[in-house]
Design a protein around this ligand. Structure first.
Ligand code: SF4
Length: 460
């Protein structure tokens, strides 16, 4: 009903984006910064930008996300925001006492041409950064890239600023988690612990955006990767970078700056991507794969076998971030499902190439698009041409789900109308069981709701 004006006919668009399948760079920069202990994100732009970034994260994580802003006025919008940022740095360290301030730029400050590096250097020269405190900065103009790009840029900035090679190798592995939920970060640490691989996870938003209710407000919760840990990443044996779009830049920076080699792997969603992650962990940590992990995999395969009949041949539409969509598509194909429509607002030529490698033999008719015109409008048009059995993506798909009467599994960012994503992981074998459970629940609810009375089954 809400999208009843969506037309079936797809027309080539060059400039217009309708309902984008992405959000803005600073949102990602802010999320990455929250995964560092004692860090206060700072948005160098107007209050409106900062309010939007904070509310996007607050609505998704259901936690009060703190961040400061340079509070641009008309004057700073014309003449530049240096004075505002210098004052803000002074205020933040005086009033809120963070260990680190992570400054990201916005469309406005980038358009003016503010040089964050120069302003932060001046703040240091002027004595506005107290001894032992830090200001990290990343350029995040939102008229290019997406929230994923902003995340990657901020992660790279942390590594560039802190990681340091003292030529004393430490028997530990760096894990760059990619943009996943705090529940997923917990799961990655749990798997590494079972495998007895000493590691440093960056960023780590568990115990930051999923904190328990204690009745006491903590501006800097106990979670997050510490400065000491990020510094020591420069002495690690190797890095496993999960998700090319989110983590590759930081992995390359660690390699270039500290000579820490890296293995690139997908975010561990589904069977094959989890296998690759576990194998990478085993190789990097020089450990064998314990029985407990094999058993988790076995339970997943058992569930797949039991429920295959309900999943076989189901047509699925997906949208979201490349690092999630790639392993998810692979997982759906492993289940004999048909991921027929896939869009991501995040640009990058490698996406379609990677997708065609995954899909070519199994589902060559699948439609895949990314970049600015790969939006929810296009997705709806494709669905109107030929419908699907299941939608998987962020909350913005609920309009299509309602209009077309298609079961909908919420996955990705943002999810602002349901809970659970912060608490139940979707990575690893356990996470794959969670995805399966959600897909089966949605599909079976539809069967129950639409099956004629004479065929209605109690046992499925
Ligand atoms: S103006 Fe740019 S940085 Fe600010 S909220 Fe909009 S897209 Fe994001």
């Amino acid at each position: 009903m809400l999208l009843r004006h969506t037309t079936k006919e797809v027309k080539e668009r060059k400039a217009l984006t309708v309902n984008p399948a992405k959000t803005c760079q600073p949102v990602g920069a802010m999320y990455a910064a929250l995964g560092v202990h004692g860090c206060l994100p700072h948005s160098h732009g107007s209050q409106g930008c900062c309010s939007y970034h904070r509310s996007a994260l607050t609505r998704h994580y259901k936690e009060p996300v703190m961040a400061a802003t340079s509070s641009f006025t008309e004057g700073s919008s014309v003449f530049g925001g240096q004075a505002n940022l210098l004052q803000a740095i002074d205020n933040m360290f005086t009033i809120y006492e963070p260990e680190i301030v992570a400054v990201h730029s916005t469309c406005l400050s980038e358009t003016i041409g503010d040089d964050l590096g120069q302003i932060v250097a001046k703040a240091k020269d002027d004595g506005k950064i107290p001894e032992g405190k830090h200001v990290v900065q990343a350029s995040t103009p939102s008229y290019v890239g997406s929230h994923v790009t902003g995340y990657a840029n901020m992660l790279e900035a942390f590594v560039k600023y802190f990681a340091f090679n003292t030529n004393e190798k430490v028997r530990q592995v760096n894990l760059l988690s990619g943009w996943v939920e705090p529940s997923d970060m917990r799961e990655i640490k749990r798997i590494a612990e079972i495998m007895k691989v000493q590691n440093i996870l960056l960023p780590d938003t568990s115990d930051v955006v999923d904190t328990p209710m204690t009745g006491k407000y903590e501006m800097y919760p106990k979670g997050g990767t510490t400065v000491k840990e990020i510094v020591s990443m420069g002495n690690s044996m190797s890095t496993i970078a999960m998700g090319e779009w989110c983590s590759k830049k930081a992995a390359i920076m660690l390699d270039n700056k500290c000579k820490v080699p890296f293995t690139m792997t997908d975010v561990a969603i589904g069977i094959k991507a989890s296998d690759r992650f576990i194998q990478a962990l085993s190789t990097a940590g020089k450990v064998s794969i314990p029985e407990a992990i094999s058993e988790e995999r076995g339970r997943l395969l058992d569930m797949v076998t039991d429920m295959h009949q309900y999943l076989y041949g189901k047509r699925v539409a997906l949208w979201g971030d490349p690092d999630t969509l790639i392993p998810l598509t692979e997982f759906l194909l492993d289940l004999d499902m048909k991921p027929v429509y896939i869009v991501s607002g995040t640009p990058g030529k490698r996406f379609e190439k990677r997708m065609s490698e995954i899909l070519c033999n199994k589902l060559p008719e699948a439609k895949v698009k990314n970049g600015p015109q790969a939006d929810m409008f296009l997705m709806h048009q494709w669905i109107k041409e030929e419908s699907v059995d299941l939608l998987i993506g962020n909350t913005y798909g609920k309009y299509i789900a309602r209009d077309e009467g298609v079961p909908f599994v919420r996955m990705g960012f943002p999810i602002i109308d349901r809970v659970g994503h912060s608490y139940f992981p979707t990575v690893g074998y356990q996470g794959a069981i969670r995805i399966l459970e959600k897909m089966l629940g949605a599909i079976m609810d539809k069967i129950d709701a639409t099956t004629p009375e004479e065929s209605f089954e109690l046992v499925m």
